[in-house]
Design a binder for this molecule. Structure first.
Ligand SMILES: [Zn+2]
Length: 399
């Protein structure tokens, strides 16, 4: 059965990765059609163009001048955990610094939780993301940090997404205090063996207080040897080797990129790696934002993602990230929306999501607004009226 969505005020299509202007020009790759229509069939986009030339379809949806965008692609999220850290957030807002060690409290709660408890929390967050227009998301482990707890984390994540990331190297757990080498051996050995079958990606928190360059490289290389592709938490809390490590191992994405040297920027610009910016973290930790303009002007491909996690940023809202990117990081509305859709697709090496060219997955959202700019123009307002996934209405109503 085919569905025609017509009378679309603005249809954001984004150039598909293979025909877009060569890697890096996020703004240039944003494309849209006004007074448009889209046909979807068998879970895919079948046609886009001016509404006046739309072909017939079995079913018609009238967008009444509202905007259609590709579903958000949230390429960085930590969704398998128990407990919450509202008090830590309140303390931080009262002046306490953010430290990577805060993760340990979530690790303790996660280890104590039952599988059904973890699954219920995960599914609640996934539903919350869908209501806000996110149709593809990555999900990391990293709050178990034992072989069985990491294995169940990636197994639970694989129930809700294909983009599962093994993050055994999130922090050194308390029982390995003073023995980082011993923990890295566990991560690269039995833990990786148990997690690789459920994972597509391997990630490491390469940061002072977490894992250094050699340790991070060992973890990522071990993951690659098991068929996982690398991505890296890099240069979040201070300058460091994260971006260099990410480029050296051929990571899909270097995430955070808040504290970069000129050579880091050059390395990102001269590689196919995506710089994934997570402005919800800086918002929630009251830290300086990454310099998005410097990256874009150097030709780096930029993605936006939530980093949804119970510690440093407990938002699942890609719309908030777009608004922050525009208001606080001086990205244009077009750049920010491209980075939150097509950019996320690139960070996950996906060519079927983040754009609405014919052949793309029919993952899209209807905004209760005439253009994409309203995501930043009306921050905090729930503008997503309906979400289609694989061509099926998955949430909301087009009425
Ligand atoms: Zn993260």
């Amino acid at each position: 059965m085919s569905t025609l969505i017509t009378n679309v005020g603005e249809l954001v299509t984004n150039a598909p990765p293979d025909v877009g202007p060569g890697g890096g020009d996020g703004a240039g790759a944003f494309t849209s059609i006004s007074t448009a229509a889209l046909v979807m069939e068998a879970g895919r986009v079948a046609w886009t163009g001016p509404a006046s030339r739309a072909p017939a379809a079995d079913q018609i949806v009238d967008a009444r001048g509202r905007a259609i965008l590709p579903g958000f692609v949230d390429s960085h999220a930590h969704l398998v955990f128990a407990g919450e850290r509202g008090e830590e957030f309140a303390a931080r807002m009262a002046g306490a610094p953010y430290q990577a060690g805060g993760i340990a409290s979530t690790v303790a709660a996660t280890r104590k939780a039952t599988d059904p408890e973890l699954r219920a929390g995960l599914r609640r967050l996934v539903a919350e993301m869908l209501r806000q227009g996110t149709t593809t998301f990555e999900c990391k482990s990293g709050y178990g940090l034992t072989v069985p707890d990491e294995a169940r984390s990636v197994s639970l994540a694989s129930e809700v997404t294909a983009e599962v990331t093994f993050l055994g190297a999130h922090i050194v757990p308390p029982e390995f205090d003073g023995d980082t080498a011993g923990y890295v051996d566990l991560v690269c050995g039995p833990m990786l063996d148990a997690c690789a079958p459920h994972s597509r990606w391997v990630d490491v928190f390469c940061e002072r207080g977490a894992f250094g360059a050699d340790e991070a490289t060992a973890v990522l290389r071990a993951g690659q040897a098991k068929g996982l592709a690398p991505r890296v938490h890099a240069n979040q809390l201070g300058p460091g080797p994260g971006v260099r490590v990410a480029v050296q191992v051929g990571a899909a994405s270097a995430d955070h990129c808040t504290h970069l040297t000129s050579s880091d920027v050059d390395a990102l610009a001269s590689s196919p790696i995506v710089a994934t910016l997570l402005p919800g973290v800086e918002f929630s930790t009251r830290q300086p934002y990454p310099d998005a303009r410097r990256l874009l002007e150097a030709g780096v491909t930029v993605a936006l993602a939530t980093d949804c996690n119970p510690g440093s940023c407990f938002t699942s809202s890609m719309s908030l990230c777009v608004a922050l990117a525009v208001r606080e990081m001086r990205m244009t509305t077009r750049e920010a929306v491209w980075s939150a859709t097509a950019g996320g697709g690139r960070a996950l090496r996906r060519t079927d999501v983040g754009h609405l060219a014919p052949g793309a997955r029919a993952d899209l959202m209807l905004l209760d607004a005439p253009s994409h700019a309203y995501l930043a123009y009306r921050p905090g307002v729930p503008l997503v009226a309906a979400v289609w996934r694989d061509g099926e209405l998955a949430w909301g109503s087009a009425e």
